[in-house]
Design a protein around this ligand. Structure first.
Ligand SMILES: *[C@@H]1O[C@H](CO)[C@@H](O)[C@H](O)[C@H]1NC(C)=O
Ligand SMILES: *[C@@H]1O[C@H](CO)[C@@H](O)[C@H](O)[C@H]1NC(C)=O
Ligand SMILES: *[C@@H]1O[C@H](CO)[C@@H](O)[C@H](O)[C@H]1NC(C)=O
Ligand SMILES: *[C@@H]1O[C@H](CO)[C@@H](O)[C@H](O)[C@H]1NC(C)=O
Ligand SMILES: *[C@@H]1O[C@H](CO)[C@@H](O)[C@H](O)[C@H]1NC(C)=O
Ligand SMILES: *[C@@H]1O[C@H](CO)[C@@H](O)[C@H](O)[C@H]1NC(C)=O
Ligand SMILES: *[C@@H]1O[C@H](CO)[C@@H](O)[C@H](O)[C@H]1NC(C)=O
Ligand SMILES: *[C@@H]1O[C@H](CO)[C@@H](O)[C@H](O)[C@H]1NC(C)=O
Ligand SMILES: *[C@@H]1O[C@H](CO)[C@@H](O)[C@H](O)[C@H]1NC(C)=O
Ligand SMILES: *[C@@H]1O[C@H](CO)[C@@H](O)[C@H](O)[C@H]1NC(C)=O
Length: 320
């Protein structure tokens, strides 16, 4: 029938809308990290993941308790488990787009987990050494996005400086290609590697450590991460067998309101008949299932809009 096909096409437009916000749940029961993970996976989605400072603030605000609580971050110590990340949240590090000096990275000085740039070429370097560094400021005040800081700090200190006074350490090839960045020699830039992994497998590069040693690796026996709510939520590492409260997360339901104006090519189809309307609903649900999308549909009658042409208006929102 003509009219049902027409509806599917309209629905297709709203298919790809996704809601990025995670909802955090504080669980005030003491559990080991593994037990907490099991609890979250059974009752929510997983232990809490945090992708940037906005997420971090929302996690903090989801409880009034000032305690130390597990988050979904676990370290797997060992040189081979390290992975490179850009410091700026949301940028994906691509192993194919790197500018290593020949012979680098080489862990020449032991564990070299931070990135030093000289004449555009990269070397891995121990994070505890002090160098000048370049900050990126997204607010572009006075048309200036990049700031060479003319004194020396360790890499973690430099990251903290940039995040507090600007946005982050300079991150991503697009930023590095800016003419005002090219001048820097022997400067820290926003690349690091570590062995921390998110419980749900995401590759978020965001780290919010209180103690700089944690940035580089879990301390041998402390391979699970906590947020210290009495220290502005800064993270620490702890022995996974300790029992602590924890944060779970889940993804809110996605709710779409789609306005459809129905018209039938075949005049014998009565669009006011609830049975007809219900058949259409069932067909739509089946169509979504065939596409691998699990949906629950219902009709809501909206004020009529007088219009002879076919149209659809969409409203999309994250359900609270
Ligand atoms: C932080 O991450 C969330 C999702 O993880 C995203 O919706 C939000 O836009 C991000 N905020 C910033 C400032 O990047
Ligand atoms: C899920 O939550 C219920 C209570 O809310 C709890 O009894 C149950 O043990 C939890 N699941 C796991 C695996 O911990
Ligand atoms: C990197 O290059 C390899 C081989 O050229 C390719 O198979 C892979 O998909 C590339 N990875 C990314 C992230 O582009
Ligand atoms: C910033 O740059 C734009 C053009 O690139 C220019 O029109 C504007 O005046 C500049 N603003 C400042 C504060 O320098
Ligand atoms: C950096 O500071 C030193 C003195 O500490 C000064 O001699 C030098 O000119 C400065 N460089 C830049 C680029 O400002
Ligand atoms: C921010 O900049 C000020 C002035 O340069 C400096 O004193 C302060 O230490 C910086 N913040 C951090 C976290 O380094
Ligand atoms: C850098 O960004 C911060 C906000 O992140 C802003 O308050 C500050 O004024 C900016 N400074 C410069 C020099 O652009
Ligand atoms: C995370 O990165 C690794 C290595 O770059 C890759 O194999 C993996 O598929 C990524 N995981 C996700 C969820 O993107
Ligand atoms: C780490 O654990 C091992 C045995 O599991 C123990 O011998 C060692 O003392 C622990 N180290 C620290 C710093 O707690
Ligand atoms: C009727 O449909 C046309 C074409 O889709 C549209 O431009 C117009 O705004 C609609 N009128 C009303 C009242 O919604």
């Amino acid at each position: 029938m003509q009219w049902s096909l027409f509806l599917f096409i309209l629905m297709g437009q709203s298919f790809f809308f996704t809601c990025h916000l995670y909802v955090y749940h504080f669980i005030g029961e003491n559990k080991t990290w593994d037990e907490a993970q099991k609890y979250c996976r059974e009752n929510y989605t997983d232990l809490a993941i945090v992708s940037n400072m906005t997420d971090m603030e929302r996690l903090r605000k989801s409880t009034e308790t000032l305690t130390e609580a597990w988050i979904g971050l676990h370290s797997y110590p060992g040189k081979d488990n390290r992975r490179w990340y850009w410091s700026l949240p949301g940028l994906k590090f691509n192993e194919n787009q790197t500018r290593w000096e020949s012979g680098e990275p080489n862990d020449n000085g032991g564990q070299e987990n931070c990135l030093l740039m000289n004449n555009q070429k990269w070397s891995d370097y121990p994070c505890g050494y002090k160098f000048r560094f370049i900050c990126y400021n997204e607010t572009k005040q006075f048309n200036k996005s990049f700031h060479l800081i003319n004194y020396t700090l360790t890499w973690p200190q430099a990251q903290r400086y940039c995040r507090e006074n600007h946005t982050d350490l300079v991150s991503g090839l697009d930023q590095l290609d800016d003419n005002s960045v090219k001048s820097g020699s022997y400067v820290w830039i926003g690349v690091f590697r570590d062995t921390w992994r998110w419980s749900d497998g995401r590759n978020f590069s965001f780290r919010n450590w209180e103690y700089v040693e944690d940035l580089v690796d879990g301390q041998s026996n402390k391979t699970c991460a906590t947020t210290m709510l009495n220290r502005a939520g800064k993270w620490s590492s702890a022995d996974c067998n300790e029992e602590k409260p924890f944060f779970c997360y889940d993804v809110p339901l996605r709710k779409h309101l789609v306005r459809l104006t129905l018209s039938a090519e075949n005049p014998s189809v009565n669009l006011k008949d609830p049975a007809v309307i219900n058949i259409m609903l069932k067909q739509l649900e089946k169509k979504f299932r065939d596409e691998g999308v699990s949906v629950k549909l219902s009709w809501r009658k909206l004020p009529e809009i007088q219009n002879n042409t076919k149209e659809a208006q969409r409203e999309e929102q994250c359900a609270p």
